[in-house]
Ligand binder design. Structure first.
Ligand SMILES: Nc1ncnc2c1ncn2[C@@H]1O[C@H](COP(=O)(O)OP(=O)(O)OP(=O)(O)O)[C@@H](O)[C@H]1O
Ligand SMILES: [Mg+2]
Length: 405
């Protein structure tokens, strides 16, 4: 029987689950056996399954606990890879959910771009490629970007300029036969992102940030670093991006929730890159909290449960500029890593975490933009100071690490 206070969250993610609990909800969480102790420690009930991304596993897991989708008032997920499954389970149970059609529009890169093209929103032309071995690039003049339909962190996402590169890509990856792939027109320009909130179809929070380097450059040693951007730092960018976001959300039917939108700015016009119905990765959440005093995880939970947003529209913007950085280490086995206290003592660092320890092997940073040895949030008086401090922190951290020869 439906418990009006009970919410099913697909996948384990501490901050959003705490945010659901702050609303007073009783949370059940579909999780793996490894994650189950953390779910219990957080005061939620685990539904233990081998694969939380499998609808069959979720239904079987619920059934083993004598539950079903109709027992919950709401079914949701804050994890990109489980959004569609959560929407499907909600529909099966007649529970509150994000809506299957709307969720697919915010999740599948092809569906999203098709809807935007139809509405006339500026975004890359794209086509589906079922079999990479039969792809004839002569039909697609100019550079193209090849990507998986549900990619993340720019993994397996490459710029193709000719057949030689295509052959090299096919030879270098184990996923070449996992089509369909998406082939997109290459959009020139610098990449920016926006984290925010939309309620009743109106954008109520809009936090614009810039990347140091476009994320795709991670494959060539590019840094994953970013900082917030004062509104008029780049003339026209903010106003044009807001207008683009409004038309995009209307085309996608995305009316209630948080978003992480990526755009390209060619110096004159802004191009839609992609948009997720989730809190941005890295420390996007912390940047918004420090800049506007808004907790995006709370906003995600409130929207998921149909409760009122806490955003008033009168948030005062911090005068500080905040940025985030994926910390990197040289390749090898780590023999010395600076302590967290040493990282926190560097100029402007307001928050940091390390995800490697002595004895670990360095992650291969060139595989994806979200590979890291840790991350840090840095503040500065303005964008220039924050950017300088992020670059200095990156160099200092890298140079302080010793690896086995
Ligand atoms: N059409 C394009 N033109 C130019 N660059 C592109 C294009 N599509 C993607 N990129 C680059 O590749 C990166 C990854 O692509 P995309 O954002 O589509 O996938 P992703 O792997 O889902 O990223 P995320 O980590 O945001 O989930 C982008 O951040 C951008 O730097
Ligand atoms: Mg992206």
């Amino acid at each position: 029987m439906r418990n009006p206070n009970s919410v099913l969250h697909i996948g384990w993610f501490d901050k959003p689950i705490a945010a659901l609990q702050r609303t007073g909800a009783e949370v059940a969480c579909v999780a793996t056996a490894r994650e189950a102790p953390s779910v219990r420690a957080a005061g939620a009930s685990p539904i233990v399954v081998p694969d939380p991304g499998s609808v069959a596993d979720i239904l079987a897991g619920l059934s083993r606990d004598s539950l079903g989708p109709a027992d919950f008032a709401a079914v949701c997920s804050s994890i990109e890879f489980y959004l569609v499954q959560a929407a499907a389970i909600a529909e099966l149970g007649g529970a509150r959910g994000a809506g299957l059609g709307r969720t697919l529009a915010m999740r599948d890169k092809f569906v999203q771009k098709e809807l935007l093209h139809r509405a006339g929103v500026r975004t890359a032309a794209c086509t589906l490629v079922e079999n990479l071995h039969q792809l004839d690039l002569a039909e697609f003049p100019g550079p193209r970007v090849l990507k998986p339909l549900d990619g993340a962190g720019a993994k397996d996402t490459f710029v193709l300029r000719g057949h030689e590169e295509l052959r090299e890509f096919i030879a270098s990856t184990a996923t070449a036969d996992d089509g369909p792939w998406l082939l997109e027109e290459f959009v020139p320009g610098k990449e920016y992102f926006i984290d925010g909130v939309v309620r009743d179809g109106q954008i109520t929070l809009f936090s614009l940030s810039q990347y140091f380097q476009n994320l795709i450059e991670c494959h060539d040693g590019g840094l994953t670093a970013y900082h917030t951007l004062p509104e008029n730092e780049v003339p026209d960018l903010s106003a044009k991006t807001l207008a683009l976001a409004e038309s995009a959300f209307s085309a996608l039917g995305y009316e209630d929730g948080v978003f992480h939108l990526e755009v390209f700015w060619d110096g004159t016009e802004v191009w839609f890159g992609e948009c997720g119905a989730r809190v941005g990765g890295g420390r996007a959440d912390k940047l918004v909290e420090l800049t506007f005093g808004v907790d995006l995880h709370d906003e995600w939970a409130l929207a998921a449960l149909g409760l009122s947003s806490k955003v008033t529209g009168n948030e005062t913007r911090s005068k500080q500029c905040y940025g985030g950085l994926n910390l990197r280490s040289p390749q090898g086995r780590l023999e010395h890593v600076p302590s967290l206290d040493e990282v926190l003592a560097r100029p402007g660092v307001v928050q940091a975490e390390l995800t490697v320890a002595i004895g670990d092997t360095t992650p291969v940073f060139s595989t994806a933009s979200n590979m890291r040895a840790g991350q840090a949030v840095v503040s500065g008086a303005d964008a220039a100071e924050t950017a300088r401090r992020l670059a200095e922190l990156n160099t200092w951290f890298f140079d302080s690490i010793k690896v086995a020869p």
